[in-house]
Write a protein that binds this ligand. Structure first.
Ligand code: BV8
Length: 244
C-alpha cells in the first residue's frame, strides 16, 4: 500500500483551511452521528437536537448533552487534531472550520478556529442573560437553571436553527480566499456546512478529502485519501512539520 502523499505542496504563502466533521474525533472516542454505532442510529435527532424537542422535554435533551459532556471529559485530541495544531504553531496560515462541538481542536492548540455549531462546554440562558462556559459534568440536577430562574440550554445550533451570522460570514470569507481546503471526517450531509468545500473549490481552492469512505465531496475533490484521519493527516503533512 503506497503511503498517502499530497500532490499539492503547501508553503507558508498558502492559506490552508481544514473543514472538519465528527469523523476527525472518532479516534478520540467521540461517537460520530452516522455510520456504525452512529448517534443517530441510537438517538432521535428530532427529539434531541431541535428547539421543539427541547421545549417538549428539556430534561431529556439535557440528559443526552450531560452524557456527551461527561463522556467528552475522557476524550483527548488525536494525531489528526494535533497535526493541524502543529501546522498552525509552525507558522502556516491555517484555519479550522468545524461542525464539531467537542472542543478538541481548541484543546489540541488551534486558535484560528470557527465553530459552526457551537461548543458542548458553553451554555446559554433561554431568556436574556447571555452565553458562558460551564464545565459542570455531570450536572447535579437536570435541566440546569440560570440564576434568573430561566432554563439554561446547550450553546449549540440545533436542526432548524440558523447559524450565527457573524460565524457564517467569517467562514465564507475564509473559504473565498483558501488555497488548500482539507475536508476531514464529514459525511457532507448537514447544510450549510456540507456546501462549504464546494464554495472553496469554486473560489479556486485545491480540495483534499480525508474519510473512511467516499462522500458527495469525493465527486469534486482533487484528492481523496481513504482511511483513518489520525493515521492519514500525519502522513500527508508530516514532511511540512519537520521543516520547523
Ligand atoms: C439551517 C450540533 C437555516 C448539535 C448539529 C428541514 C427543516 C429545517 C432545516 C432543514 C430541513 N431540511 C434540511 C435542513 C437543513 C438542516 C440539514 O442540513 N438537515 C440535514 C439532516 C438534511 N440544517 C439545519 O437545520 C442547520 N440550520 O439550515 O438553518 C434553516 C432554518 C430553517 C429551515 C431551513 C433552513 C443547522 C444544522 C446544525 C445541526 N447541529 N450539531 C450537536 O452536535 O449536538 S449537526 C451535527 O451533525 C454535526 O454538527 C454535524 O454537522 C452533523 C454530522 O455530520 P458529520 O460531522 O459529517 O458527521 P457524520 O457522523 O454524519 O459523518 C462522519 C463522517 O466521518 C463519515 O463520513 C465517516 O465515514 C467519517 N469517519 C468516521 N470515522 C473516521 C472518519 N473519517 C476519517 N477518520 C475516521 N476515523
Amino acid at each position: 500500500m503506497t503511503e498517502p502523499r499530497l500532490r499539492f505542496h503547501p508553503d507558508k504563502s498558502h492559506r490552508i483551511t481544514f473543514l472538519t466533521g465528527a469523523g476527525i474525533s472518532a479516534e478520540s472516542g467521540i461517537p460520530t452521528f452516522r455510520g456504525e454505532k452512529g448517534l443517530w442510529e441510537e438517538f432521535d435527532a428530532e427529539e434531541l437536537a431541535t428547539v421543539e424537542g427541547f421545549e417538549r422535554n428539556p430534561e431529556k435533551v439535557w440528559a443526552w448533552y450531560d452524557l456527551r459532556r461527561t463522556q467528552a471529559l475522557q476524550c483527548k485530541p488525536n494525531p489528526a487534531h494535533e497535526t493541524i495544531a502543529v501546522l498552525e504553531k509552525s507558522g502556516f496560515d491555517t484555519a479550522v472550520i468545524t461542525q464539531n462541538i467537542d472542543d478538541l481542536h481548541r484543546l489540541a492548540g488551534n486558535d484560528r478556529l470557527i465553530e459552526l455549531h457551537g461548543n458542548i462546554w458553553k451554555v446559554k440562558c433561554t431568556r436574556f442573560c447571555g452565553v458562558w462556559e460551564d464545565r459542570t459534568a455531570p450536572y447535579p440536577h437536570l435541566p440546569p437553571v440560570c440564576a434568573c430562574g430561566s432554563l439554561l440550554r446547550p450553546h449549540v445550533v440545533w436542526f432548524g436553527e440558523m447559524l450565527d451570522e457573524s460565524i457564517l460570514a467569517s467562514a465564507y470569507m475564509r473559504l473565498g480566499e483558501t488555497d488548500l481546503c482539507v475536508v476531514v471526517g464529514t459525511s457532507g450531509t448537514v447544510q450549510p456546512a456540507a456546501g462549504m468545500a464546494g464554495i472553496a473549490k469554486a473560489s479556486g481552492a485545491y480540495v483534499v478529502e480525508v474519510n473512511l469512505e467516499p462522500t458527495p465531496i469525493s465527486d469534486y475533490a482533487d484528492e481523496s485519501h481513504f482511511g483513518k484521519a489520525g493515521e492519514i493527516l500525519p502522513k500527508l503533512f508530516g514532511e511540512y512539520l519537520e521543516q520547523n
